[in-house]
Design a protein around this ligand. Structure first.
Ligand code: CTP
Length: 400
């Protein structure tokens, strides 16, 4: 269940007696560390009230597609983008048929059409309805389009019959949902990631630093772990929790980070440098607190080692991925950095205008010798997963 940590799960609840199990599913998903939003269909609301889901998810419940107020708060496109995965549980025979038709006439169906995230259905219906060729044909079409299917199980049914069609238990659906994120794309590989800012001491109480939150690097480390890699994260000071299954080494200054990375890089297959390393440090940090005795004060700064270029220069070193944050000439500056530092790949992002440092969302242009791949604006966690897919592809290509 580790892979539910920090995930946005959109749970679609439709009209079936199994809707009561969806209430427990919200709890299981949240226990795994996911944030949950519920889209309740009109049929689903006949079985369980919106208030139940609101209380359990700690988020407002979404149900209207064409309500101006609801769309203004979080419309169907925003919900579709917000989701890291959409799980329809219970999925009635009716909703399965409607998804197979690609309809967009209620909120849940519209979100399922509009999302790039994986979508899963957990069928729940009477065994005859389940066995009907129409239902089976619809599900086959959905599976062919890449939709995931969890269950159903066999057993006693609410209608008094026995057979296939019972919805899986909440814990099983939560486990399968976590499994959607375990891609295995980096299975068996060792990945080293740097993240966060560095702090360069001026005196015992002051330092030079920058506004990096570390979010992108932590998201990259988590996505690499979910892809099956053994991940070491060398992190500057941040307020973030360590992602599950990631080994973290805490450092402060660029020099500390450089030493930690040099120690780890030999055993790494892939090195991803997301840290915002200070380019300069005070030449001679004061041993005692500097007192304000003069009107002006000059600090002499000296260059820090380039951690990324150092790894890229290692003979037989790892596949190296750099980041470039730029306010202008994005592609030109990034291409220059790729060549100058001898990297395999660089992920360039524009800072400013609500993107980049301190922001929840980002957009990346990923450049390597073969060209540019655009990863459009999305939450950093989603972007990190797409970047890991690209890195895995290019790493394997380099191996031949
Ligand atoms: N980097 C590093 N060690 C440094 C500086 C940067 O490993 N001392 C890495 C960053 O983690 C990032 C990339 O190099 O992956 C950024 O390159 P850099 O040239 O330092 O970026 P800027 O400082 O933004 O570039 P410029 O000086 O051109 O503004």
């Amino acid at each position: 269940m580790h892979s539910l940590a920090n995930k946005h799960i959109l749970l679609g609840v439709t009209g079936s007696i199994a809707a009561y199990k969806a209430a427990e599913l919200v709890r299981r998903l949240r226990e795994g560390g996911a944030e949950v939003r519920v889209v309740l269909s009109a049929g689903g609301a006949e079985f369980v009230t919106p208030l139940t889901f609101q209380a359990l998810s700690a988020n407002p419940v979404h149900s209207e597609l064409l309500d101006t107020e609801a769309e203004a708060a979080m419309g169907h496109i925003e919900l579709a983008r917000w989701a890291d995965a959409v799980v329809v549980a219970p999925a009635s025979a009716n909703v399965i048929a409607r998804l197979a038709q690609g309809r967009a006439d209620d909120l849940l169906a519209a979100v399922c059409l509009a999302t790039e995230a994986p979508v899963a259905v957990a069928p729940a219906m009477n065994q005859q309805m389940w066995a009907n060729a129409a239902t089976q044909d619809n599900l086959q079409r959905l599976r062919e389009r890449g939709m995931h299917q969890f269950g159903p199980a066999e057993g006693d049914q609410a209608c008094g019959e026995t057979g296939l069609g019972r919805m899986l238990e909440a814990t099983d659906i939560a486990r399968h949902t976590a499994g959607l994120f375990d891609t295995g794309a980096l299975a068996g590989l060792r990945v080293l990631v740097t993240a966060g800012p560095t702090q360069e001491a001026i005196d015992p109480v002051r330092y030079l630093s920058n506004r990096s939150s570390g979010r992108m690097g932590y998201a990259v480390a988590q996505a690499a772990a979910e892809a099956g890699a053994r991940v070491t994260l060398v992190s500057g000071p941040t307020a973030l929790p360590t992602p599950p299954r990631v080994a973290r080494i805490d450092v402060r200054s660029a020099q500390d980070m450089h030493e930690a990375v040099q120690e780890q890089a030999g055993g790494a297959d892939i090195f991803i440098a997301t840290a915002a390393v200070a380019d300069y440090r005070p030449a001679a940090p004061a041993e005692k607190k500097i007192k304000k005795t003069t009107d002006t004060l000059s600090l002499e700064l000296v260059r820090n080692p380039d951690i990324l270029a150092g790894v890229a220069a290692l003979p037989g070193g790892p596949f190296t991925v750099g980041f470039a944050a730029e306010t202008e000439n994005l592609l030109a500056y990034a291409r220059d950095k790729l060549a100058r530092k001898g990297l395999d790949m660089i992920a360039a992002n524009r800072v400013g205008g609500g993107l980049g440092f301190e922001a929840e969302e980002n957009a990346l242009s990923v450049i390597d010798a073969n060209g540019v791949t655009e990863l459009p604006q999305a939450a950093k966690s989603q972007l990190a997963r797409r970047l890991i897919v690209l890195i895995a592809k290019h790493f394997r290509r380099r191996l031949g």
